[in-house]
Design a protein around this ligand. Sequence first.
Ligand code: C2O
Ligand code: CU
Ligand code: CU
Length: 530
Amino acid sequence: MPSRPDFPTTHPSRRQLLGWAGLGAGGLFLPRNALSSASPMLPAGSRQTPPPLEIALDAVVERRQFRPGPLTEVWRYQARLISGPPEGLGWTAGPLPAPVLRLRPGQTLKVHFSNHLPEASSIHWHGLAVPESMDGHPKDVVPSGGGRVYEFPILAEPATYWFHPHPHMRTAFQVAHGLAGFLLVVDPTLEADLPSGDRDLPLLIQDRSLNAANVNAYAQQMMGFLGDEVTVNGLAGDSMDVEQDAYRLRLLNGSVTRTYKLAWSDGRSLRAVATDAGLLPTPLDRPYLMLAPGERRDVVVDFSDLPAGAELTLRSLDWDSGGTGGMGMGRPSLIPEGSPFTVARFRAHGEGSRTRIFLPAAVRGAALEGNRPAPRAASRHAEPINATAVTPDRRVVLDHQGMMQWTLNGRSFEMEAVAPDEVVRLGTDAIWEWDNSVSTMMMIPHALHIHLVRFKVLERLIAPRQAAAYATVRDGLLDEGWKDTVLVMPGERVRVGMRFESYAGLFLYHCHMLDHEDMGMMRNFRVEGT
Ligand code: C2O
Ligand code: CU
Ligand code: CU
């Protein structure tokens, strides 16, 4: 382990550590027995769990008109409600509608999946703790023409989750062609202060390339595919009509590779109310927010001060990816990584009421914490953590081998293999370090995701050589709150703390830049215990 002076801490880690310790002591963690039973402990206001949501979900090939000229082939999910609350199934607005499942904590989801694609696929429930057989692992793919049932209880806090395919070496292709859906875990009581109904917009942000014949031109690249245009729910460039009112925007980066540096065009801050895997205790304002592939941020925005017909634009600002190596590899994008561009335009519509100025006081984090069961006594993190002693239990080096393979600790993905250092015990805590400071040939950003568990970012250390590039992203990292995917910049080491508390079994961790994942930057870990 390099000594601390080589890697000055560049983030307010002390505050985060105290937050981590406080959450442990306050019992934000669910005890194992609550999770393994069919009826997890639920926050106040959610004691009545709705009946199971049962849907039919088909992966299909369709054609859509994105541009004048030929139709574009897309792969997408079709969905139909079989039983359960009617509000349990909705759709994103836009030319490429994606299913939006809405579930309450503790509710059961039952999905009858049919694969009408010309190849194998699976569904992974990103951010949710589900049994191994339900997790969409590449070993559990559904062949073309086949089907299966996914069924599990929702063991997650209110936040924006999503689902997508996870087949071996084909995840990027399938996602790039449109296969993605939202899974919103909602609790109307806890979220009473937030805009809801048609003021709650799931926005899937993806870049794509269409060639002159309007064919999706996604192609795998070592550095990662970058599209030529940015879409929101399939929409490129056009503005979306909104009322002069407050909105909750659920921002999901479903891009293959691209990371966004999101900011409002008029300079107002982005107000985050939730991250990947949970509500923030209080809204947090940032001048901009980084959004790496797989990450989610829920933000609130008040359009009531926008004159009718005026637009507010969500931009991606300039940033320096700080990468070394790999320059000139692959097909260049019209919008290179780190260059500025427009993501979405919101146009204020009509004479909406100006009465409801939205100022969320808090997202009732206190209520959330207060109703959690007590932490398990043996927890290492039940005691406050000394800010100078975040010693990782495990270090995972992000690197590559040759020009076709990405690696984690020198290993690429193997379908069933688990190395000794990839075994953890059920009911234990661990601090893992993602180390992106070692590679000598190609050091580029990665987005590390782990299945089954959520984590807290405990500490970030940046090598002095990359500090200048890092300064262009650091204020938008937003490490507060629960996460399941984290951006790891070149020269950076990120330490995350997690608890293996729900299920035993074989699960994945990987880079969520999907070309990197398909090109080996993925491994299994096994949770042992009962
Ligand atoms: Cu959204 Cu294994 O990932
Ligand atoms: Cu996942
Ligand atoms: Cu990567």
